[in-house]
Write a protein that binds this ligand. Structure first.
Ligand code: SAM
Length: 291
């Protein structure tokens, strides 16, 4: 039988199940098997590995993952697709589809319960674009025992995640992603590879979890809070953004002193600071806010 990721098979499956696609759930299905094989190979999935997939759709990527991995767990929010997947993935006995919103799932508990501690777990997905950032933040911040995350997203969002300082793409998302992972864009994918075609091209981003954060931060929550405040108004200087954020807790003199102590020039803009410079700034501001 033809792979699911072909125009003819996708159309056939949709007709057979009277399926109309929900734009609100980011349903753009992949119809290019070469791209899918490439994703699976770039993800580095080996025969003994387990994969968690977000949003299997009608099973295009799931099928390719099932051919390569030991086991695939696929979380799908759309109840209509559960029956479709039972049918399309019927030849594969190493797949479990879970009818669940990934943002609500207790992934740590799930992995603990279903996967042996000596097994490598990868997350591989063609993400629903409307919730790319919340999904990735969940995967990164819950400190899950996963080896890698290889995910398709809008090209612009991938560029923001992998961005360097002093570029227009660099912002709090870049810093959060780079704090937890090393990331690289492994492939760009034209919109013609999807059905229906999205408005923008896509990219596959591979994220590898760091063993240790790249910079020493005293209080992670505060670090990310200060980063966010520093980008509140991109065109404003750090001093103006942080003054607006902390005017109720710190005097102007204390803010000036904190900048001097940190060694960061207050007239710079957030977009010019590295992760390390943000750490110096946050560690110093935290001391002033605590005293
Ligand atoms: N993997 C399929 C493919 O590549 O053809 C479909 C990918 S499609 C871009 C995104 C899928 O994620 C859809 O099937 C959609 O229903 C599902 N989805 C959307 N929101 C979700 C959520 N919160 N939790 C789990 N799945 C979700």
């Amino acid at each position: 039988m033809k792979p699911i990721a072909t125009i003819s098979r996708t159309k056939e499956i949709m007709e057979q199940h009277h399926l109309s696609l929900k734009k609100s759930l980011g349903q753009n299905f992949l119809i290019d098997v070469n791209i899918l094989e490439n994703i699976v190979s770039k993800a580095g999935v080996q025969k003994d590995d387990v994969v968690i997939e977000v949003g299997p759709g009608i099973g295009a990527l799931t099928e390719q993952l099932a051919r390569q991995a030991k086991y695939v767990y696929a979380f799908e929010i759309d109840g209509r697709l559960i029956d479709v997947l039972k049918d399309t993935l019927q030849p594969y006995h190493n797949v479990t589809v879970l009818h669940q919103d990934i943002l609500e799932a207790d992934l740590k508990g799930f992995i603990h319960e279903h996967v042996g501690s000596d097994v490598q777990v990868h997350v591989v997905a063609n993400l629903p674009y409307y919730i790319t950032t919340p999904i990735l933040m969940k995967l990164l911040m819950e400190n899950l025992p996963i080896k890698s995350i290889t995910v398709m997203m809008q090209k612009e969002v991938a560029a923001r995640m992998a961005a360097e300082p002093n570029t227009k793409e660099y912002g709090s998302l870049s810093i959060a992603v780079q704090y937890y992972t090393t990331s690289k864009v492994v492939m760009t994918v034209p919109k013609s590879c999807f059905m229906p075609q999205p408005n923008v091209d896509s990219a596959i981003l591979q994220l590898t979890k760091r063993e240790q954060p790249p910079v020493m931060v005293h209080n992670e929550d505060f670090y990310f809070e200060l980063v966010k405040a520093s980008f509140a108004q991109r065109r404003k200087t750090l001093k103006n953004n942080l003054k607006s954020a902390y005017k109720d807790q710190l005097t102007t003199e204390q803010i000036d002193e904190a900048f001097t102590q940190s060694g960061i020039d207050p007239t710079r803009r957030g977009e010019s600071l590295s992760l390390k410079e943000f750490a110096d700034l946050a560690n110093t501001f935290e001391i002033y806010l605590r005293s």
